[in-house]
Design a protein around this ligand. Structure first.
Ligand SMILES: [Zn+2]
Length: 273
C-alpha cells in the first residue's frame, strides 16, 4: 500500500501547494480522497489520472476539497474510449453535489457530443453516500467510514483503508471526536488537516478566526494520534501555509503531545507501507 499526498494546501491559493487531495494505492486500486485545486496535475505527477482512479472518496463538500471534481468528471469522460462511470463515495449530500456538477457541465457536454462522432454517451457517476461502517471489502482492501466533527459543516466523514496488513486514516477536516478515534485506533498512518492555532489567532481577520473552532490544531492532532496509538502523524492542509524554514516549529509543536513519527507533508510526499 502506498500513500501520496497529492495536494497539501489550504483554500488560499499557493504557488507550491495544490488543494487537499490524497491518493492511496492499495490492492491494484487508486483511491483518491478529496479533489482540491490542481488535483489532476498532481495525479499526473504521481502516474495516475482520471481514468486510473478506482473511486473518488469525499470527506465533505467544502469547496476547497471538491473544487476540481468537475475536472475529473470531464476528463474521465473525454479520455475514455468506452463508457466509464466514475465511482464516487461521500457523505449524505454527495449525490446532489454530483448531479449539480454534471448539470454545470451541460454546455461543455453538449459541445463535445456534437463535435466527436465516436463520443455518444454522457458522463456518469455511481454515487454511494456513507455515514458509518464498511464502504468496501474485497478481501484485499477494506475501507471503513466514520462520522467526523466539522460543525457547522454536516455531515462529514473520515476513512480508514486497510490492506497488506497496514492501515491508513484520511481524516479530512475535523476536530477530535469519537468517530475519528475509532478510525485511528492502532493505525500505521494518520493523515490530518491542521491549523497552527497560535498563528491563526494572531491574524486579526474575523473570517480567519472563524476557522479555529472546526479544525484540529496541531496539538489536537497530536492528542488524537497519542490516544489512538498511531505510528505516524501526517499533517496536511496547513493553515496558514508554513513559511519556509519554520517546518521544524510545526513538528516540535506536534512532538510536544505525540512521541511517534511526525511528517509535515509536501505535495507528492509518499510513503510505502
Ligand atoms: Zn472543510
Amino acid at each position: 500500500m502506498k500513500v501520496i499526498t497529492l495536494g497539501t494546501g489550504s483554500p488560499l491559493p499557493d504557488p507550491n501547494r495544490a488543494g487537499p487531495a490524497t491518493l492511496v494505492r492499495a490492492g491494484g486500486r487508486d483511491l483518491l480522497f478529496d479533489c482540491g485545486r490542481g488535483v489532476l496535475m498532481r495525479a499526473a505527477a504521481a502516474g495516475t489520472g482520471p481514468i486510473g482512479f478506482d473511486t473518488v472518496l469525499l470527506t465533505h463538500l467544502h469547496s476547497d476539497h471538491v473544487t476540481d471534481f468537475n475536472d475529473i468528471v470531464t476528463m474521465r469522460w473525454a479520455m475514455s474510449p468506452v463508457p466509464n462511470p466514475l465511482r464516487v463515495v461521500g457523505p449524505v449530500g454527495t449525490q446532489g453535489f454530483v448531479d449539480r456538477t454534471i448539470e454545470m457541465l451541460r454546455d461543455d457536454i453538449g459541445y463535445r457530443l456534437a463535435h466527436h462522432a465516436d463520443l455518444d454517451w454522457q458522463p456518469t457517476c455511481e454515487v454511494t453516500e456513507v455515514t458509518d461502517g464498511v464502504v468496501l471489502d474485497d478481501g484485499t482492501v477494506k475501507i471503513t467510514a466514520a462520522p467526523t466533527d466539522h460543525s457547522p459543516v454536516k455531515p462529514t466523514v473520515g476513512y480508514r483503508v486497510e490492506a497488506d496488513g497496514h492501515s491508513v486514516v484520511i481524516a479530512g477536516d475535523t476536530v477530535p471526536c469519537e468517530g475519528l478515534d475509532r478510525l485511528c485506533a492502532g493505525a500505521d498512518l494518520y493523515v490530518q488537516t491542521v491549523i497552527r492555532r497560535s498563528l491563526v489567532e494572531a491574524i486579526p481577520a474575523p473570517r480567519l478566526q472563524d476557522i479555529l473552532d472546526y479544525h484540529s490544531g496541531i496539538e489536537q492532532a497530536a492528542d488524537t494520534a497519542t490516544r489512538a496509538g498511531v505510528a505516524t502523524l501526517v499533517m496536511t492542509h496547513m493553515v496558514p501555509a508554513p513559511w519556509p524554514g519554520t517546518e521544524d516549529e510545526w513538528i516540535a509543536e506536534a512532538a510536544a503531545g505525540f512521541s511517534g513519527e511526525i511528517i509535515l507533508a509536501q505535495d507528492l510526499w509518499e510513503r510505502e507501507l
